[in-house]
Design a binder for this molecule. Structure first.
Ligand code: G6P
Length: 610
């Protein structure tokens, strides 16, 4: 969590830092701060509690701080409450060393005690102040920024992306990372640091990804890299293909609405990336048919919506490719000591490619000698770099904390894997495989159709904004999409919501149904519709209000007055359509409540700590 930025060049740094932080606010938004190094080597710093807007107003959009080199931070509190004192940047006593940090210093208490013994005092509750003063300690000892940083790295445990200004070295930034993302952007006469690519897109698409324990030393237009032994290393320059406009709101009121509307294109782009003239081509993934033939099973791991996409994939892959699939929360898999035959493929799903638990699950799988396939959206992210095979979803930058288009892209990535497996393992006929591929190509226009007809769901969102509890029920893939619909709703509306496999309702949950409780049924799985309808009726007999997301032609009980129909598609792909009204419902209900759609309370988009 947290976003860090840095700039060094010819322009005034503070407005650029604030602009970068705006793009990273999805990573944390309880406080923010910037520090700028003036030409005289004097550090000017400003911090504010609350949204970035408060900081922007405080420093007149950045004009109040003069200097062409600086660092900035937007915080998601870990150590210490969100207030101005705990906000970053943090500094040493003389304000000659200033740092911003994303991550957690796990042994900060021990290091703090050591520094206190050496006479240091602390003004905040943060681990970052400890990190900064540890750098200060080593700088005083060795009088060399690089030695200070490398010794810092040797002493701390945990994760960090750390950027440091030394007033003895004006117009320079030092940075290091371990297990927290950091990307370095360059132009002819500028260098940038950011936690994520969208913060840089407006200025450059040429970036370096630094690895764990590598140090970046940035000067005007010159980025040099070193290993922990301070030996110079060369890193490859990567060109980002994302368009800067893709990270703007583009006339939409919120990023979430924009991203919902981008889904037809995102699905089309992800399908077109791998499906060429009726052939699913995994050569770019370097995933050969041999590997797909030889695996004995699949484990899928992810967090949040990525996990939910995995639940859909489990149904689809097992049904089409007849191979056992287990889907796991990455945070559980990493500590679970799973039994493996050594021949499973482990699929890691992650939009950001930086989720700490998913990275740990990937490393756990690799340690067990298993092959790993990442379904990732962000080019060059940690998971993409470390997995054996990478399937990039073509969602473009996703800014809203509540994911929509990345989830949709993950689903189609899963369908492509399922069909490819089924073809290689000969578990479906060639005709059916063709039919599935044709149907995949039709999904974008079917999604578009739902988006063009959203007035009813918009009204229903507003009408039901005061509900206390909302349940989503379904069976099979309808259950899998229900858990995503429920998550979307609770993330941004703060209404209590649960998703239940409809058959499980009677084993406890039905006791929660009261007069007026809203129960959504998801009804797209031909063979299961009647059963879920019966379960819906059981709740309406207990005075629940019914609503349904149903494929065209599904017959619903009379007291189900709020029905949102979706076009028909192959039963394996219905989640891609059913999720759209569920996203729209959560979005419009949230808007009606006046909540902050793109930055819901307590959440961050990229969860880079455990
Ligand atoms: C956070 C986000 C979710 C996301 C999850 C996994 O909780 O708010 O939207 O699904 O992290 O993130 P990833 O980047 O790994 O897909």
């Amino acid at each position: 969590m947290c976003g860090i930025v840095g700039y060094i060049g010819k322009k005034q740094a503070a407005p650029i830092l604030l602009e970068g932080l705006t793009k990273l606010e999805y990573r944390g938004y309880d406080s923010a701060g910037v520090a700028v190094l003036g030409e005289n080597g004097k550090v000017q710093m400003a911090k504010a509690q609350g949204k970035l807007e408060v900081l922007k107003n405080k420093i007149d959009g950045g004009k109040a701080l003069k200097g062409t080199c600086g660092i900035g931070h937007t915080r998601w509190a870990t150590h210490g409450v969100p207030n101005e004192t705990n906000a970053h940047p943090h500094c040493n006593d003389g304000m000659t060393i200033v740092a911003v940090h994303n991550g957690i210093i796990e042994n900060y208490a021990e290091l703090k005690a050591k520094l206190i013994r050496r006479g240091y005092t602390f003004y905040s509750e943060t681990d970052t102040e400890v990190a900064t003063k540890l750098v200060d300690y080593y700088y005083n000892k060795y009088n060399d920024p690089m030695l200070a940083i490398s010794n810092f790295a040797l002493r701390v445990r945990g994760s960090y992306a750390l950027a440091v200004l030394f007033s003895d070295y004006p117009a320079q930034i030092y940075a290091i990372r371990k297990d927290s993302p950091m990307v370095i952007g360059v132009t002819d006469n500028e260098c940038f640091i950011a936690s994520d690519v969208p913060a840089l897109l407006k200025y450059t698409k040429s970036v370096y990804y630094i690895e764990n324990y590598q140090i970046a030393h940035l000067k005007e237009g010159c980025a040099a890299f070193y290993n922990i032994d301070r030996e110079k290393i060369e890193l490859p320059l990567t060109e980002i293909t994302w368009d800067a406009k893709a990270a703007e709101k583009d006339g939409y009121e919120h990023y979430m609405l924009k991203e919902i509307h981008e889904q037809p294109a995102v699905v089309r782009n992800t399908v077109n990336y791998l499906l060429h003239d009726g052939y699913i081509d995994f050569s770019e993934l370097k995933l050969s048919d041999n590997v797909l033939e030889e695996i004995s099973g699949i484990t899928i791991a992810g967090c949040g919506s990525a996990y939910h996409a995995g639940v859909v994939m489990q149904y689809v892959i097992e049904d089409l490719a007849r191979i056992p699939v287990r889907v796991e929360l990455a945070s559980e898999y990493r500590y679970r000591n799973p039994v493996t035959s050594g021949k499973e493929l482990v699929i890691l799903i992650s939009q950001s490619g930086e989720t700490a638990d998913t990275i740990a699950a990937l490393r756990e799988a690799k340690d067990r000698g298993l092959k790993t396939l990442a379904i990732v959206n962000v080019l060059g992210s940690t998971i993409a770099r470390e997995a054996d095979f990478v399937l990039y979803t073509k969602a473009g930058p996703e800014i809203s904390v509540a994911t929509t288009k990345a989830y949709s892209a993950q689903l189609v990535a899963g369908y492509l894997i399922a069909i490819k497996l089924a073809e290689v393992r000969k578990t479906v006929t060639a005709q059916y495989a063709e039919k599935l591929k044709t149907e995949l190509g039709l999904l974008p226009e079917k999604i578009q159709k739902i988006l063009c007809d959203q007035i009813a769901i918009q009204q229903f969102g507003a009408e039901t904004m005061n509900k206390k509890d909302v349940f989503f029920i379904g069976r099979g893939i309808d259950y899998a999409v229900s858990i995503e619909g429920s998550l979307k709703l609770k993330e941004i509306s703060y209404i209590h919501s649960e998703a239940y496999a409809a058959g499980e309702l009677k084993h406890g949950t039905i006791s929660l149904i009261e007069d007026g409780t809203l129960v959504f049924g998801v009804l797209t799985q031909d063979k299961l519709i009647e059963k879920t309808v019966s379960n819906l009726v059981e709740t309406s007999s207990r005075k629940a209000q019914l609503a349904a997301i149903a494929s065209e032609g599904v017959k619903l009980p009379e007291d189900c007055k709020n029905v949102f129909t979706i076009p028909c598609t192959d039963v394996h792909f219905t989640a891609s359509l059913a999720v759209i009204p569920l996203q729209l419902y959560a979005y419009y209900l949230c808007v009606a409540k006046g909540n902050n759609v793109d930055k819901p309370r307590n959440l961050a988009k990229s969860v880079t700590v455990e």
